[in-house]
Every structure is written in C-alpha cells, then in structure tokens.
Design a protein around this ligand. Structure first.
Ligand code: FES
Ligand SMILES: [Fe+2]
Length: 429
C-alpha cells in the first residue's frame, strides 16, 4: 500500500524533487545517434524531467544541450540560428555556445560588459554506444558513463529506437517488471507457433509464478519460477531493474536475443522509451531484424518522422474487437502497444493509494520500495551506487530450466552467468 504522499515522492521528477535529483545524479540517455543533428543543423527540442531543452551541434561538431528559452526576454531559441559555433536568438541577436556562455550581445553597446556575466543553462553531453547522453546533475566532475553488457557487442548485432509513452516513467516500468501479465495481456488465441512445449508457451500454462527478489548493487534481480512440462520442470526467468530507470527482461526460447530499455522521465506525465535489442552471437538475420524494425516485438512502431506511436490513445490503440474475439487477448497489434494501453489507460499518474495489490505484484512493490528509499536517501545526501556509472551495470538477465526447486539466488553458477557480485545486505522480499 502506498500513500498519496509516497506516490508524489515516487513520480515527481521536476527540479528540486528528491526523485528528480536522484535521477539527475546519473547520466541520462536521451536519443539514438541517428536522431542527433549534424553541425549547424537546426536545433532540436527535447523535454527531460520537466525541463524544456534544445540539442544542437555547433560548427565544430560539438554537441550541446541548453535551455530552450533565451535568458533575455524568454523567446524560444528553437527558432534561433545555429551559426558559427553557437545559437543566436532571433529576437535581439544574443548568441550562446554549447557551454552556455553568451558569446555575442549585439543589442548592447560595445563598451558594455553585461555579456560577460550572461549565461544560459547548459548540460554536458556525450555520444557513447550509439546514444546521446546528458548529465543534468550538480556534482562535478560528472560521473563515469554507464557500461551495460550490450555495449560490448558490435553495433551490427543490435537495433535501437526511441518513442514516447503517455504515462509517468515508474508506471511504464511497472508494466515491464510485471511478469504475471504476459500470460494474459500478450496471449494469442490463434498462434500455433506458441506451442505449450516452448518456454514462451509455459507462461500460459501457469499464470501465477513464484517470486524471489534479490537486491543488488545495481537494483533488483526479480526471479519468477514456473512449473513446466519438462524433465527439468522448474523454469526461472530473472528480469532486472537497474537504477534509476532501466529494465532488462530475460529471454524465453532464444537465449541469444536480448532486450534493454530505458524509461526516461519526459515530464511527470510522460516518458521516453529507448529500446535496444541485440544478439550475443552475431548480427540478427533478416527476419529478426525485420521484426525489430517493424515495431511488432520489443520496439514500437511510430508515425514516420515522429516519436509518437502509431497505436495510441487517440485511436484507442487500434483496438479491433473482431481480433479480440478471434485472434488475441487484446485485439491490439504489437506487444509494446498492448503494454502501452494498460499502463496509459489508468491515467498518466495512477493513484496508487487506490490499488489492491496481490502476490503477482511482488517485483513492483520491491521496485517502488527501492526507489522510495533512494529518493529519501537523496534528501539525506546519499547517492545510489549506480550514480557513479561504470561497470556496476555489467550484468545480464537469466532464464533456464532446473530440476529442483532451489531459488535462483542460491545457485552460484546462475549468479555467475548473470554477473551479479554486489548483493545488498538488506533483502527486499
Ligand atoms: S529574447 Fe533573446 S535576445 Fe532578446
Ligand atoms: Fe508486456
């Protein structure tokens, strides 16, 4: 049970809020490299944690992120001129570089030193692992960039995309870590490929998995155990929540096909999703790549030229009642659109004080508790381990069949495969 006050603490990421400051202590991915502007191209708007910002690349190829609004009389610099190593406001010509320094103020007398005192809010930006990253924190120097397992594989093994989701970032992650929903929300009524013998098929054999949650130095390893028809009848899937807003969902039948997602607050009522899918054993074949690119599995198809998903609230997510009767549990096309309809339809910030949680929500409760603790820790001046970035994120999910009921965290070889080293004393379960 969560109170209304805790719900605010959990979901508010605006400047000065405990959760917002906790997140700002980390590097934040904000775009795929293919979306980033070229030198002197028009600036791009990006909203992050409630802040209206502009991304631009200057004439020297350096990427920067600054406040959208000119400090003079607040005109939007989106309409500005990106020229000769800076953005020039079209109202009175003030010009700012990527570091936020005012480098020209032609509307003031040349004798004035006012320009030297003038700055615009700016944040350090890095390009790393085919993503644009920004550091919005106050501690300097900025921490190390995070090193995820997928970054060690060649770019040819992966596909990445970004889209917008119309709900608070915590709500979106709750949908992600909700292992029990798979057996219902994503059920096909007509798909012979999902046989009961496949591991994916086993989700449908047992709708109520047994949970085991392990708290680690990066966040949570959320294990769900199902009983399946196999000579090794205990099927573990261990998904991960990595502070402050990452999830990795374990593979089903194909161990080499993996997924990572970042759920970045856009504002309190919407978030960005950046999704990376990759293969650990080589480039995907044409069929798998096609599925990723089409946004049918793992990714989300968007209206071309935008980050707005095709199936969205304005068109009832393309709900087809005939398909719902005959083909799928939802009648909605695409796994990610199915996830979006349930996480968005309860409103952009669900009132968690009204929920009636059950055992299937174990991982969600654990994630909320951990996040609340991190936000309260921030108020007390304590940063989570992940804010230092680096190799704390060098872990991977796990799924596998076992012949006895031992919990996944009691099997050293499983922890080894996952790369889990730092286990917190304080267990969450
Ligand atoms: S408002 Fe930008 S220069 Fe005046
Ligand atoms: Fe889902």
């Amino acid at each position: 049970m969560i109170t209304r006050e805790e719900n605010v603490l959990l979901t508010d990421t605006t400047v000065g809020s405990p959760m917002g400051e906790m997140i700002r202590s980390h590097w934040i991915p904000f775009a795929c490299e293919t979306e980033l502007p070229a030198p002197d191209e028009p600036p791009q708007r990006i909203k992050l944690l409630g802040e209206d910002l502009l991304v631009f690349r200057d004439s020297d190829g350096r990427l920067g992120m600054i406040d959208e609004f000119c400090p003079h009389r607040r005109a939007s610099l989106f309409y500005g001129r990106n020229e000769e190593a800076g953005i020039r406001c079209i109202y009175h010509g003030w010009k700012f570089d990527i570091n936020g320094s005012c480098v020209d103020m032609p509307s003031e007398p040349s004798s004035s030193s006012f320009r030297d005192t003038m700055t615009i809010k700016s944040y350090p930006v890095q390009e790393f692992a085919s993503l644009g990253w920004v550091y919005m924190g106050s501690a300097l120097p900025a921490p190390e960039l995070p090193k995820f397992e997928w970054m060690g594989h060649p770019a040819s093994h992966r596909h990445m995309s970004r889209w917008q989701q119309e709900c608070n970032f915590v709500q979106a992650m709750e949908g992600e870590l909700d292992e029990a929903h798979v057996a219902f929300l994503h059920r096909r009524l007509d798909n012979p490929q999902v046989s009961d013998e496949s591991l994916f098929g086993s989700y449908f054999q047992q709708g109520a998995p047994r949970w085991k949650i392990l708290e680690t130095d990066f966040g949570l390893a959320c294990g769900a155990r199902r009983q399946v028809q196999n000579e090794k009848p205990f099927f573990w899937r261990v998904d991960m929540y990595l502070m402050p807003f990452y999830t990795m969902i374990s593979p089903s039948d194909d161990q080499n096909s993996r997924v990572w997602r970042a759920w970045i607050p856009r504002d309190n009522e919407s978030c960005w999703t950046i999704c990376v899918t990759w293969r650990t054993d080589g480039p995907p074949d044409a069929m798998e790549l096609g599925l990723w690119q089409d946004g049918v599995v793992a990714h989300r198809r968007v209206i071309p030229g935008t980050t707005i998903p095709m199936e969205n609230k304005s068109n009832d997510y393309g709900l087809d009642r005939n398909a719902q009767r005959n083909h799928s549990f939802t009648g909605i096309h695409g796994i990610r659109a199915q996830d979006a309809v349930v996480t968005e339809s309860c409103g952009p910030i669900v009132d968690r004080s009204l929920e009636r949680l059950a055992s299937s929500d174990t991982s969600i409760v654990a994630m909320r508790n951990l996040m609340l603790r991190a936000a309260r820790g921030m108020v007390a001046g304590k940063l989570p381990r992940t804010s230092a970035g680096g190799n704390v994120y060098q872990v991977q999910t796990y799924s596998g069949l076992h012949d006895d009921m031992t919990d996944f965290d009691q099997m050293p070889h499983v922890l080894d495969i996952m790369g889990i080293q730092g286990i917190n004393e304080e267990q969450v379960e």
